[in-house]
Design a protein around this ligand. Structure first.
Ligand SMILES: *[C@@H]1O[C@H](CO)[C@@H](O)[C@H](O)[C@H]1NC(C)=O
Ligand SMILES: *[C@@H]1O[C@H](CO)[C@@H](O)[C@H](O)[C@H]1NC(C)=O
Length: 211
């Protein structure tokens, strides 16, 4: 399970950007409480890494009738703790608490039609679209530098979702629509979603045409 989480940790799209939880004193205690208050039968306690990629957790376990409510509450609780560790406005570059909540609910209602393997190239695709000399900013960098980095990434990801062949050819053919909806939920509040929403509208139109 730990290996699985490490293997896919590069797939967290927006939720875990630049907030430094290691120097945030109450964070671990709060996360522990989020987990003990909302235990998942047959699942593992959640961390900031697994909340950022909730769509990689097995839906048949985490979204079962018995667990779904706690899964939603635990992810929401951890995202809130994570955001609280951010400085100034920097939480706007990570997914909002409502976004995580909406994303988890959507995933739980659709996981049977979703194949995680089909999105394995997206993060690299988005990375390759970034300027070669771009370095990852920190909370100490100015707002604009972070905005260029994270909002650029978000837009590139939207382009990749629409154009990646592996995803297009996914045998579970609703995977593309599902990851687009999830990415929309997780879209960082600081970024202008216009182009992203336009590309997802185009995607839905093109799905409609192929039906
Ligand atoms: C929080 O937990 C992580 C992982 O268990 C650990 O590496 C880190 O040092 C802890 N941070 C604090 C501030 O206690
Ligand atoms: C999607 O997959 C389902 C089940 O495999 C199939 O019945 C359907 O025709 C496919 N739809 C498209 C648009 O390819």
């Amino acid at each position: 399970m730990i290996l699985q989480i490490l293997a896919v940790s590069c797939l967290a799209f927006f939720a875990n950007a630049q907030i430094d939880v290691n120097s945030c004193t109450d964070y671990n205690t709060t996360v522990d409480k989020c987990n003990t208050d909302n235990t998942i039968d047959g699942g593992n306690p959640l961390t900031w890494a697994s909340v950022g990629m909730f769509y990689s957790l097995p839906g048949n376990v985490y979204c079962s009738a018995a667990n779904k409510g706690n899964f939603m509450k635990a992810t929401e609780c951890i995202q809130k703790a994570y955001i609280a560790c951010g400085k100034n406005d920097f939480h706007k570059f990570v997914s909002s608490v409502d976004g995580i909540k909406g994303g988890v609910e959507y995933y739980c209602n659709n996981y049977e039609d979703f194949d995680m393997n089909c999105i394995s190239e997206l993060q690299m695709c988005a990375k390759n679209k970034a300027p070669a000399d771009q370095t990852m900013p920190t909370m100490d960098d100015e707002f604009n530098k972070n905005r260029d980095y994270y909002c650029g990434h978000a837009e590139h990801l939207g382009e990749c979702i629409n154009s990646n062949d592996k995803l297009k050819n996914c045998a579970k053919n609703k995977t593309m629509e599902i990851i687009m909806k999830i990415a929309e939920e997780l879209f960082p509040p600081a970024c202008d979603a216009t182009s992203f929403v336009i590309s997802s509208v185009l995607l839905l139109v093109s799905l409609f045409i192929t039906l």
